[in-house]
Design a protein around this ligand. Structure first.
Ligand SMILES: NC(=O)c1ccc[n+]([C@@H]2O[C@H](COP(=O)([O-])OP(=O)(O)OC[C@H]3O[C@@H](n4cnc5c(N)ncnc54)[C@H](O)[C@@H]3O)[C@@H](O)[C@H]2O)c1
Length: 286
């Protein structure tokens, strides 16, 4: 398989800009594409801010800043990805949007370019049907965690027709930027979100049964289980609307064990979405 040198990232939002940064820090040339050049350039600005934070924390040498950022090119046309060796898509979590993106990329990208989706919940096998059958072996999922420039784990998800060689090439690529990939079957929620939401749902039950307060449940997870953040503070960082949407998808596939709790629905109905609205499980208005 050809050596991967040029990376394309589609979607310059929260995940796309961070994934692009992770590859740029790993020494790759990255083109980051969004619907307009302006949005793509805003993605590069987000990357710059994240990189500056990492430099401040001593995680990246100041001297590397220019080289990392010089390797990143914001683009708006699919043709700009024609010589990419690996393209990862992080556009809206919507099947139609993603299918259109993949079909367009399939037309312009070289025949040996590997395609990876960062989808959290759409079947990789289903998404792979957007590309011509000759590329099916080169299509897989690569699920990063937020913030992707920092979080080491990536779930690598082969679809029904993904070649083992592609899985290996992507695992090697991810290791080359300091990530720890794990191979996961193409099931709803993959591995991490199933474990994570089982815990969040149980945390909501504890509150409903008045077993403990959100503050104490967070304390229990941090001091008793060694988690860096408690489930309530984490739900507020992530956005409760998104948490509910993920649980509805898991519930549809796995039934009762993932039924979203009424207290989470109530938070969403009240627009207590978390830090983003100034109030979630906790109040951030002060
Ligand atoms: N947010 C998370 O914590 C998280 C974690 C893992 C995976 N994901 C997945 O990553 C993907 C992106 O999530 P996000 O939170 O970064 O979303 P986001 O809304 O922050 O960013 C999406 C970006 O895609 C762009 N976009 C939409 N349609 C496009 C198109 N046709 N061509 C090019 N760009 C287009 C948008 O302009 C936007 O900049 C989703 O599939 C999501 O499920 C998210």
């Amino acid at each position: 398989m050809k050596r991967i040198q040029k990376i394309g990232v589609i979607g310059a939002g929260m995940m796309g800009s961070e994934i692009a940064l992770a590859f740029a820090m790993g020494g790759y040339f990255v083109s980051i594409k969004d619907e307009t050049l302006e949005i793509a350039a805003r993605g590069k600005e987000k990357m710059t801010k994240s990189l500056e934070k990492l430099i401040k924390k001593g995680k990246v040498p100041e001297g590397d800043k220019t080289k990392i950022l010089d390797g990143v090119t914001p683009v708006a046309a699919y043709e700009d990805l024609k010589d990419a060796d690996f393209v990862i898509e992080a556009v809206f979590e919507n099947l139609n949007v993603k299918e259109n993106v993949w079909a367009a990329l399939d037309k312009v990208c070289q025949s040996n370019c590997i395609f990876a989706s960062n989808t959290s919940s759409i079947s990789i096998t289903r998404l792979a049907t957007s590309v011509k059958k000759e590329r099916l072996g080169l299509f897989l999922g690569a699920h990063f965690f937020s913030p992707a420039s920092v979080m080491k784990l990536v779930e690598v998800i082969p679809g029904l027709d993904t070649a083992d060689e592609t899985v290996k090439a992507v695992m090697d690529l991810l290791r080359s930027i300091g990530k720890e990939p794990i191979r996961v079957k193409d099931v709803v929620g993959f591995a991490v979100n199933r474990i994570f939401h089982a815990m969040l749902i149980e945390a909501c039950r504890l509150l409903e049964e008045e077993v403990a307060t959100p503050e104490d449940i967070d304390k229990a997870c941090k001091l008793g289980l060694g988690h860096p953040m408690g489930p309530y503070e984490l739900m507020d960082v992530l956005n409760n609307k998104l948490n509910l949407e993920v649980e509805e998808i898991l519930f549809e596939s796995y039934g009762e064990r993932f039924r979203p709790r009424p207290n989470l629905k109530q938070r969403v109905n009240a627009n207590h979405l978390g830090r983003v609205t100034g109030r979630g499980w906790f109040d951030y208005s002060k």
